[in-house]
Design a protein around this ligand. Structure first.
Ligand code: SF4
Length: 330
């Protein structure tokens, strides 16, 4: 796309067909190489304690409408991606969202996904409007399994009930896919399996994702990073439960070697992302790939440890087990 070439996530980031399998060897339902994300909004009406961009939200610029039109024209010509993800801090706050979805569908995108905290989806009329406009995939953040924990994390009373109501309303539509994402922190890791159970009745829920928190900083000033060792039994229990329901599952930013037989759930790829380049300056402060075994480990998905994690918990050299170089996943 010339001077508007996508800013590709330096770590590796990717999207789902409910019945499809993503990257070879993973249990994700989505092939992230088939998706492109455009960051169109930097306002939010929650104050999640784990927010990656709370300090930069006021400075980051959304993609321009001109860039958005160029992206659509590019894909109409080249058919590079099947799905468009409209994202930002909270994309549902932008009044043009339905029109963007209509434009994307007219330009040939097979899927339009929104990434959202889901509160506005508690209004049935808003769900109708988005789905009529062509949004068919909803990536919804759920912070915990119960209202008190979720609302304490989002710092907005009533947010859990609205988000859950939204997921329940979406469940009533045909041809809609939902995905949930939970950022795993010290505040919620013991609830992961409870969350799987809480969302069990949802028929449209194709996949659940668990993203291990990183602070966009060299230190964990808010004490949100949990020890991998403490999280591991809860995470494996949740992954098994999601699998048992026949759903896709993705784990991000967790040491691959600690996952054992669940290493196929680790999927750190992301879709191509268009975002203000200033975001990456902050992102690089995380300092991923610091595992002491990185150079000789055959893992292909693992991000190792990051600066803040190591500062808090050390390098886990006695616990991490590098894979032989030849023992790689596709
Ligand atoms: S040894 Fe290090 S790089 Fe290899 S899987 Fe474990 S954490 Fe990841």
């Amino acid at each position: 796309m010339g001077s508007s070439d996508p800013v590709v996530h330096p770590v590796r980031f990717v999207h789902p067909e409910p019945a499809a399998v993503g990257r070879s060897g993973s249990v994700s339902r989505f092939d992230h190489t088939q998706y492109v994300s455009s960051t169109m909004e930097f306002r939010c009406n929650l104050k999640c304690v784990h927010c990656m961009i709370e300090d930069t939200m006021d400075r980051l610029a959304p993609q321009t409408f001109e860039h958005f039109k160029t992206l659509l024209a590019h894909n109409a010509t080249h058919r590079q991606w099947k799905g468009l993800i409209l994202t930002g801090s909270e994309i549902t706050l932008h009044r043009d969202l339905p029109e963007w979805a209509r434009m994307a569908r007219r330009s040939g995108f097979e899927h339009v996904r929104i990434q959202t905290h889901g509160m506005r989806l508690a209004q049935a009329s808003f769900c109708d409007e988005l789905i009529d406009a062509g949004v068919d995939e909803f990536f919804v953040s759920v912070a915990a399994a119960d209202a008190s924990t979720h609302d304490a994390i989002t710092q907005v009373s009533g947010s859990f009930d609205k988000t859950l109501r939204g997921l329940e309303l979406l469940d009533g539509y045909d041809h809609v896919t939902t995905i949930t994402n939970t950022v795993v922190t010290t505040r919620n890791y013991t609830q992961l399996n409870d969350l799987v159970g809480r969302l069990k009745p949802l028929k449209r829920l194709a996949q659940m994702e668990f993203w291990f928190y990183f602070p966009m900083s060299e230190t964990d000033e808010k004490d949100l990073i949990a020890s991998h060792l403490d999280v591991l039994p809860f995470l494996k229990e949740a992954v098994a439960a999601v699998r048992g329901l026949g759903r896709g599952v993705e784990v991000k930013n967790f040491p691959e070697c600690l996952l054992g037989a669940d290493r196929d759930a680790l999927y750190n790829d992301q879709p191509t992302l268009f975002i203000d380049p200033a975001f990456w300056t902050e992102f690089m402060r995380n300092g991923f790939h610091q595992c002491v075994y990185r150079q000789r480990c055959g893992a292909t998905q693992c991000l190792g440890l990051n600066s803040a994690y190591m500062e808090k918990f050390g390098d886990h050299a006695e616990i991490l087990k590098p894979f032989p170089q030849a023992q790689t996943r596709q």
